[in-house]
Ligand binder design. Structure first.
Ligand code: N01
Length: 535
C-alpha cells in the first residue's frame, strides 16, 4: 500500500467505517487513519461506568446492509458501550475493513497544497490524497475544565470520554463527579453503587426521563427484524432520524386529567420517545412548560429530601433545549445515604487541593477519585484539532474565528476537496447519529464519484456558505433551542468559544431533501474547478 491515495478518511467509528466501505465499493483507493488502537470512535473511548446509548438498539445501527441487520442480535433495549463496540468490531471484520485502516495513527496536520491534501501523522508518516474526509465525530474532543490546583490532586482524576480501558477502582472510595449532563446522569447511579461515598458537583440541574432499559425478548427482536423496511422508512421521513411518529395531540386543548394521563403514559414508556409524545414541545413555550412542570413534579415525588429535590429541579431552561438525558434510577440515587449533592452554582468550585475539592465558601470535600463528566468541545472542536489548512495556507482556526461555518455541514469554503461527515451546520447531534452518518456518507461517496468522473475539484462557494449559516440560525430561532444559554449546542460550555448555534435544527428529512437537491442540480453551492494539469 502506498501513501498516495484518492481518499484519506480520518476516524474509524460509525462514520469512518461506512465511508471506507462505500468508497472501496466504488473502486476508489481509500485509507483510514485512526488515533485509537481499534475501531469504534465514541464507543472506543467512552468506557465510563454506565456508558450506554440513548437511542434504542434496533435503530442505533447501520441500515446499509440488510444481511447485517438480520445477522446481528442486540441483547437490550438500549445497547451498552461494550455491545456497541462489539458490533462495530463485527462490522469491521464482516466487511474486511481493517486492512484499509492504520490504527494508533494520530493526524497532526493536513494541508491543501494546490493539488492534493498532505496529511501528517504523529508517527512522522505522510499521506497524500485528492479528497480528505473527516469522520472524527461530534463529541470526541474532551472538555476538562481549567480549575486551579488540578495538577496537585493526590487522588486520580479522569474525564469520562477518556476512561481507562482497565477501569477505575472506586470500591469503597470517596468519589466526586463534576457534571450532570447525559454522561453524568448515566454514570452517577452506577458509581454510587460501588463507591464508599459519592459527591455530585452540580452547576445546572437537568431534566431527565427514565430510560426503562430491559433485555430484548426474542419476540421483540424478531419483530424489529421483520419490520425493518417500515422502520427505516419512518426514520428517513422523521425530524430526528428516530423511528417515532411525533404525536398530533394538542396538549394545550386537553383537560388536565387527560394531559396528565398522556404524560404518564409517555413517562412509563420512557426514553427519548417522551419528547415525541408532546407535539410542539420545542416550538411552543406553553406546551414546553407543561412538559417541564410534569418532569419537575416527578423529581419532587421521587427525591425524598425536599431541599435536595429542589436543588435537582431545573428552572433555568425549557425541557429538551439541552440534549435531554435519559436515565436509570438517576433521581432515586439521591435518596441513598452515601450520596451528596453540592450546588456549585451557589457555591462554585474554587480549587482542587491535594485532598479534594474546595468551594468558594471554603467548604472542603475530601476525595480519592474525581470524575469529570464535563462534556466536549462539540462539533467544531474535533475538526479544529486536526490542524487543517486550506487554500493559500488558510488555517481552519482563522476561517472559524467568528464561529464554525460550513455549507450543509459537509464542506468549508476555502478548503477544496474536504468533506466533513456530520460537521457543524448539519443535523448530526440533534438526530440518531447512525442515520445522519449514513446519509452523509452516501452523499459524499456520490460527490467524490462525480468529481472523479469529471476530473473536478470542489469547494463550497462563500455565498452558499453564508446563505447556509443564515438558514441554520433561522432554523434554530424557529425553536426554543437557543433559550438554553449554557448549552453545548451553542458552544457555551467552552470558555472563549464563539456563540454560534452549531447543529442544523430544521429536521433530518428536510435536510436530506436539500442535500439531494444540491446533488441533482449539479452541486450549485460548490465551485467546481477543472483539475490543474500537473506536468
Ligand atoms: O456533557 P454536557 P455530557 N464546573 O456538556 C457541567 C452525548 N451523550 O458528556 O450545564 C461545573 O451535556 C455542565 O454544567 P452546565 C449527548 O449528545 C450521549 O454529559 O454547563 N460543572 C454539565 O452539567 C450529550 O448531550 C450519550 O452548567 C461543569 C456537564 O458538566 C453529549 O454527549 C451518553 C463545568 C456537561 O454536560 C454531552 O454530554 C452521554 C465546570 N467547570 C452523552 N464544566 C448516549 O447516547 C461543565 N460542567 C450514550
Amino acid at each position: 500500500m502506498g501513501n498516495d491515495l484518492d481518499v484519506v478518511v480520518i476516524g474509524a467509528g460509525f462514520a469512518g467505517l461506512y465511508m471506507i466501505h462505500r468508497l472501496r465499493g466504488l473502486g476508489i483507493a481509500v485509507h483510514g487513519l485512526e488515533a485509537a488502537d481499534g475501531v469504534g470512535g465514541t464507543w472506543f473511548w467512552n468506557r465510563y461506568p454506565g456508558a450506554r446509548c440513548d437511542s434504542e438498539s434496533y435503530y442505533y445501527c447501520y441500515a446499509f446492509s440488510r444481511e447485517l441487520e438480520q445477522e446481528w442480535d442486540w441483547s437490550e433495549r438500549y445497547p451498552g458501550q461494550a455491545e456497541i463496540l462489539s458490533y462495530l468490531e463485527h462490522v469491521a471484520d464482516r466487511f474486511d475493513l481493517r486492512r484499509s485502516i492504520s490504527f494508533s495513527t494520530t493526524v497532526v496536520s493536513a494541508s491543501w497544497d494546490g493539488d492534493r491534501w498532505v496529511v501528517d501523522t504523529e508517527d512522522g508518516a505522510r499521506w497524500t490524497c485528492r479528497w480528505l474526509v473527516t469522520a472524527v465525530g461530534c463529541l470526541s474532543s474532551a472538555n476538562v475544565p481549567d480549575i486551579p490546583g488540578l495538577a496537585s490532586f493526590a487522588g486520580t482524576w479522569h474525564h469520562t470520554g477518556q476512561w481507562p480501558h482497565e477501569g477505575v477502582d472506586v470500591a469503597g472510595r470517596r468519589v466526586g463527579v463534576v457534571g450532570t449532563g447525559s454522561t453524568g446522569i448515566q454514570a452517577i447511579p452506577v458509581l454510587a453503587e460501588a463507591a464508599g461515598h459519592l459527591t455530585v458537583f452540580q452547576r445546572t440541574a437537568n431534566f431527565s426521563i427514565p430510560a426503562r432499559n430491559a433485555p430484548l425478548s426474542p419476540e421483540e427482536a424478531a419483530g424489529y427484524k421483520a419490520d425493518y423496511a417500515a422502520i427505516r422508512e419512518v426514520q428517513q421521513a422523521s425530524t430526528n432520524g428516530h423511528p417515532f411518529v411525533v404525536s398530533d395531540v394538542d396538549t394545550l386543548a386537553l383537560p388536565d386529567d387527560e394531559r396528565r394521563a398522556l404524560f404518564e403514559r409517555a413517562w412509563e414508556r420512557g426514553g427519548l420517545r417522551f419528547r415525541a409524545a408532546v407535539r410542539d414541545v420545542l416550538a411552543d413555550p406553553a406546551v414546553n412548560e407543561q412538559a417541564s412542570e410534569f418532569i419537575r413534579s416527578k423529581i419532587r415525588s421521587t427525591v425524598t429530601d425536599p431541599d435536595v429535590a429542589e436543588a435537582l429541579t431545573p428552572r433555568d431552561h425549557p425541557f429538551a433545549t439541552k440534549r435531554p438525558p435519559i436515565d436509570t434510577d438517576y433521581f432515586e440515587t439521591y435518596n441513598r445515604p452515601d450520596v451528596s449533592l453540592v450546588d456549585v452554582r451557589a457555591d462554585p468550585i474554587a480549587e482542587i487541593t491535594p485532598g479534594g475539592v474546595r468551594l468558594a465558601s471554603g467548604a472542603e470535600h475530601p476525595l480519592d477519585v474525581l470524575v469529570f463528566a464535563t462534556g466536549f468541545d462539540a462539533l467544531s472542536g474535533p475538526l479544529l484539532r486536526l490542524g487543517l489548512r486550506g487554500r493559500d495556507g488558510l488555517a481552519l482556526a482563522d476561517a472559524w474565528a467568528e464561529g464554525a461555518a460550513t455549507y450543509l455541514g459537509l464542506g468549508v469554503a476555502g478548503f477544496p476537496n474536504l468533506f466533513t461527515i456530520t460537521g457543524p451546520g448539519s443535523p448530526s447531534v440533534l438526530t440518531n447519529m447512525p442515520t445522519s452518518i449514513e446519509q452523509h456518507v452516501d452523499w459524499i461517496a456520490d460527490v467524490v464519484a462525480h468529481l472523479r468522473a469529471h476530473d473536478l475539484d470542489a469547494e463550497p462557494t462563500p455565498e452558499a456558505q453564508a446563505r447556509w449559516a443564515d438558514h441554520v440560525r433561522e432554523a434554530a430561532d424557529a425553536t426554543l433551542l437557543p433559550q438554553a444559554a449554557s448549552s453545548w449546542y451553542l458552544g457555551a460550555n467552552v470558555p472563549g468559544k464563539p456563540r454560534v448555534f452549531l447543529p442544523y435544527a430544521g429536521g433530518f428529512a428536510r435536510y436530506r431533501g436539500m442535500c439531494d437537491a444540491e446533488a441533482q442540480a449539479g452541486y450549485p453551492g460548490f465551485a467546481l474547478r477543472a483539475r490543474r494539469q500537473v506536468a
